[in-house]
Design a protein around this ligand. Structure first.
Ligand code: ATP
Ligand code: MG
Length: 548
């Protein structure tokens, strides 16, 4: 991969600003499950490490105790591994550095670059000023060093109430960059931490902990998203003031995808409100959701390499992600026949008790996969929408008097229809032409369409779940209440679908193309006596058509 980041790294290696190995890190905050945006960051960080024969750490940025949970840590490890990346023995936790952070804060105080401030968080905000107005000094800004050291130690020892005091860097309250106006480095917060338990009531802020963690781990290039561009001067200030080893922070544009949201807070809201079935709901843009949906890790990696990295925020069409998967599955997925909304077909000139086995190609894209047997009999099923009683001009599929091909089967002609007392069509009466066995006509007779089908003798019932985009609007977050943009048909459950018998031996993780329908996978929660198949992705981008 070549991009503006590799250019920077190349230059840094050439000028010996950093000596090999190139060392990156992926620093998730364990407060939610990873999503496709994180995948971009993972592919980038681990990808750079591998490209430069370097190293990439997995570091849990667990400095914010109230939200962090073990469940998230475990899911993050599972997802990174599943994506195909290995952090070897470099699994780190910012919380393991709490003692070091504290020592560094003491050093800043000793050097006269940090002070204990008694303003409340609201007051600090008021004093901060605006983009056009400078801030105001805190009354505590010139507290003597000894007093600061004493108060800071007592903050750590739990002598003060939550939120009553903070430790702030002493930089410049008139700095043009608001981030640099004496930022808070530590706050008092009595929260149980999932690793350090109740050892601390004093927790470092992200900006303080992050640069120090990078430095402690010897990271060479610390890659983060654009929102942190304004924080880079503080990253640099802290490390320079403490005279510590100094990684290079580089910012890139975060991934945004159409018809979805990638904010952990909002994803958590969907889970908590039971709008979705969980973090791994197949409609979720989480790695675990995509995995359950049937995405392969290789298609996600390929998507991430297609979109590349840039310095400009943009919205990537979700179709690009879906296409990466289609391209792969087209080559690898065995073809099967499944009728999702069955309509009975009776072949009236086919013998009552005859059953025959026909050959069906497994994957035309990969002849090495050979063929399988499918069953033909007098009673069959086709899709309801492959038949029309009063077809418009451009409908080429089955109607009364018309002949079509049943794939790998025979040519059939519809002779009549049977309706129930409500006038609904319950079955089609057809004839078949024996000479067209296998789906080829000896006299080169043309038919306008080829339908998929199954035989009642060679199929079984299953539930099929059709998934669609979770949001109707390309940018659902435009509205304050993003949930008004939820797609009411993002999940459609079809019962009693008819699947060809060979799918009885479908295994988890095997992806199938149901001919003319899309790619499907057995759901991991599926019961043996009632298999559930999930739509991974349709054969074509049906939304593109609608928008034209
Ligand atoms: P959120 O804003 O949803 O809480 P976050 O950025 O705080 O997400 P972290 O767990 O801190 O989530 O992210 C870990 C890493 O993944 C960070 O380096 C972050 O820059 C990167 N990352 C998060 N979201 C995206 C995204 N949409 N595109 C690219 N990288 C991302
Ligand atoms: Mg973050």
């Amino acid at each position: 991969m070549e991009n503006f980041i590799t250019e920077i790294i190349d230059k840094d290696l050439e000028s010996a600003k950093y000596s090999p190995p190139v060392h990156t890190r992926f620093p998730p905050e364990p407060n939610g499950y990873l999503h496709i945006g994180h995948a971009k960051s993972i592919c980038l960080n681990f990808g750079l490490a591998s490209q430069y024969s370097g190293l990439c750490n997995l570091r849990f940025d667990d400095t914010n105790p109230s939200k962090e949970e073990l469940e998230y840590v475990n899911s993050i490890k599972e997802d990174v591994r599943w994506l195909g990346f290995d952090w070897q023995n470099r699994e780190f936790y910012a919380s393991d550095y709490f003692d070091k952070f504290y020592q560094y804060a003491v050093q800043l105080i000793e050097k006269g670059y940090a002070y204990v401030c008694d303003l409340t968080l609201d007051e600090i905000r008021e004093y901060r000023g605006t983009l056009t107005l400078p801030g105001k000094d805190s009354p505590d800004r010139n507290r003597p060093i000894e007093e600061n050291l004493d108060l800071f130690r007592r903050m750590k020892n739990g002598e003060f109430k939550d939120g009553s005091r903070t430790l702030r860097a002493k930089i410049d309250m008139a700095h043009p960059n608001i981030v640099m106006r004496d930022p808070v480095l530590y706050r008092i917060k009595r929260e149980h931490h999932h690793r350090t338990k109740d050892a601390w009531c004093l927790y470092p802020m992200y900006d303080f902990a992050h640069c120090l963690s990078d430095s402690i781990e010897g990271i060479t290039h610390s890659i983060c998203t654009l929102e942190f561009e304004n924080n880079r001067p503080l990253y640099d200030w802290i490390l320079d003031t403490l005279n510590l080893y100094h990684p290079q922070q580089i910012e890139f544009a975060r991934l945004n995808i159409s018809h979805t949201i990638l904010s952990k807070r909002k994803l958590l809201d969907l889970v908590k409100s039971k709008t979705v079935s969980g973090w791994d709901d197949p409609r979720m843009p989480t790695i675990s959701g995509l995995r359950r949906r049937g995405y392969t890790s290789s298609s996600i990696r390929s998507f991430c390499s297609t979109i590349g990295v840039s310095k400009v925020n943009s919205l990537v069409d979700i179709a690009l992600l879906e296409n990466a998967l289609r391209q792969e599955l087209n080559k690898t997925a065995p073809r099967r026949m499944a009728v999702l909304k069955p309509l009975e077909v009776i072949i009236e000139n086919y013998p009552q008790d005859k059953i025959e086995s026909l050959d069906a190609v497994n994957n035309p894209e990969d002849p090495s996969t050979g063929s399988r047997k499918i069953t033909f009999s007098r009673q069959l099923y086709i899709e309801q929408d492959d038949f029309m009683e009063n077809p418009p001009k451009n409908f080429y599929r089955l109607s009364i008097g018309r002949e079509v091909r049943l794939r790998y089967g025979y040519f059939i002609t519809c002779k009549d229809i049977v309706k129930d007392s409500f006038g609904r069509i319950t079955s089609l009466i057809c004839t078949y032409d024996l000479a067209t066995r296998g789906g080829d006509s000896p006299d080169n007779r043309k038919v306008k369409s080829t339908l998929h089908w199954v035989s009642s003798q060679g199929s079984f019932d299953a539930t099929v779940r059709l998934f669609d985009h979770l949001f109707i609007k390309p940018s659902p977050e435009e509205d304050d209440d993003f949930k008004i943009n939820l797609n009411p048909s993002s999940l459609v459950v079809l019962e009693n679908c008819k699947l060809e018998d060979s799918l009885k031996s479908a295994v988890l993780n095997e992806r199938y193309q149901f001919e003319r329908k899309g790619y499907f996978i057995l759901d991991k929660g599926s019961a043996l006596d009632n298999p559930v198949f999930n739509l991974i992705v349709s054969l074509r981008d049906s939304w593109a058509k609608q928008q034209k």
